[in-house]
Write a protein that binds this ligand. Structure first.
Ligand code: HSE
Length: 439
């Protein structure tokens, strides 16, 4: 069989990793795919031409105009590994128009433009592979799209941004500053070009949007996702959470409820005994709850050259195996047949139900706690645990931390507004959502 021909858009961290693995495991991969997978050309930035030529030993054609890869008759599959929305969107749409299959690691592109991209691909009868877009090397797309098709998926909760997990781990274990942990993650090639995507939860929300679409058979609804990052978390809250037996992780959570779909990324207290609470450093993990299988956990490297290259190649192999199949026999992009998608809406975060960690600074005098608990009781919010610290010598204020039972977010919003208005409470109340993640 003649080799299948791949054109790479980008030969940086992910493109470079893809190249390295294809070189090292060429034979093994061909034995699985049924044909050899040949990279015939790549597009790189002008300043990277020399480095790219050295990496590829002058054996492939290098272009600085990515359109030359996309329109190249020597290319069957375009691998878009450059990131960003423009010109990635135009290049992907052109590749589809040319009848080429597309592999992409671009989670932002799919979360924002996926509905249009999949529609165009379906019309043209080509495949879009995006395993590398979510949780790097973890085959979570394959698991959701194929391995778990028997299940009604109930919820997914994941640590799906390695950079923020690395920062949280280093802040907790080494007492490192936020800034120093971030620059280390950047030096290791884990962070996005714009690190606010990592620390403000946007990158995680892109990935979560994609997983929710596959899990529930709904369109991408990134614009409805609730996104809160880790930049306002304090070492103090991490410490208090530990005293209650919890870890704080940046979690992406999507859940099907009778009132709609939850789609939210935020720092979350999780019991330290859960396996996922012990996923540290740059590693990712995704918990999926299906009605038949129960809770399953997927763990691995969520970023980096070879882990992400591994996911790119998994898609290249799938496409190679299916290259001669009728389009109707392709695995549907979002697992559900396209005419069987539902339009369930993502709910506003005020409508979710959760438990909460609340920290407030209170004047140390009789009756203050009674005022706070009265507000909570009037809103039907039940307190699960409470901690009050003896004030340091000479201090008038004490930290009071409360964990609540599950309640509506809008009730907690009301409670916080009323507590903050009390004369005996100084400054804002810190609120962090909690999840038990029990089976
Ligand atoms: N910036 C991402 C992360 C890379 O830190 O997880 C993989 O998408």
């Amino acid at each position: 069989m003649t080799p299948i021909r791949v054109g790479l858009l980008g030969l940086g961290v992910v493109g470079g990793g893809t190249w390295t693995i294809l070189e090292r495991n060429r034979e093994e991969i061909a034995r699985r795919a049924g044909r050899e997978i040949h990279v015939t050309c790549a597009a790189v930035r002008p300043q990277d031409l020399e480095k790219a030529a050295a990496k590829t030993g002058g054996r492939i054609t290098l272009y600085t105009d990515p359109m030359q890869v996309v329109q190249n008759p020597e290319v069957d599959i375009v691998a878009e590994l450059m990131g960003g929305i423009h010109p990635a969107l135009e290049l992907v749409l052109e590749a589809i128009a040319q009848g080429k299959h597309v592999v992409t690691a671009n989670k932002a592109l799919l979360a924002l433009q996926g509905n249009d991209i999949f529609k165009a691909a379906r019309t043209r009868g080509v495949m879009i592979g995006f395993e590398a877009a979510v949780a790097g090397g973890i085959p979570i797309i394959k698991a959701l799209r194929e391995g778990l098709t028997a299940n009604r998926i109930e919820w997914i909760a994941g640590i799906i941004n390695g950079t923020s997990n690395f920062i949280l781990t280093n802040m907790r274990d080494r007492g490192e500053s936020f800034a120093s942990a971030l620059s280390q993650a950047q030096a290791l090639g884990y962070a996005e070009a714009d690190p606010t995507f990592d620390i403000e939860g946007i990158d995680a929300a892109h990935k979560l949007t994609i997983m929710a679409a596959i899990a529930f058979g709904i369109p991408m609804q990134f614009e409805r996702a609730y996104t809160e990052g880790i930049s306002r978390l304090t070492a103090q809250d991490i410490q208090y959470a530990q005293e209650f037996g919890y870890r704080i992780k940046l979690l992406g959570i999507t859940r099907r409820t009778p009132r709609g779909i939850e789609l939210r990324v935020h720092p979350t207290l999780i019991p330290e005994k859960r396996l996922i609470a012990n996923v540290d450093g740059v590693m990712n993990a995704v918990l999926v709850k299906g009605d038949a299988v129960g809770t399953t956990l997927y763990y691995g490297a969520g970023a980096g050259a070879e882990p992400t290259g591994s996911a790119v190649i998994a898609d290249l192999v799938d496409m190679t195996r299916m290259a001669s199949a009728e389009p109707g026999h392709h695995v549907p992009h979002l697992s559900f047949q396209h005419d069987q998608m539902h339009d369930d809406q993502v709910m506003p975060v005020s409508e979710i139900e959760s438990s909460y960690y609340l920290r407030m600074s209170a004047v140390d005098r009789p009756g203050v706690l009674a005022e706070v608990t009265r507000i909570l009781a009037d809103l039907g919010i039940s307190i699960e645990a409470m901690l009050q610290r003896e004030p340091p010598a000479g201090e008038q204020r004490v930290d009071v931390i409360m964990l609540t039972h599950s309640t509506l977010e809008r009730h907690i919003d009301q409670a916080i507004a009323q507590i903050e208005a009390l004369q005996s409470i100084a400054g804002p109340v810190t609120r962090i959502r909690m999840e038990s993640l029990s089976a």
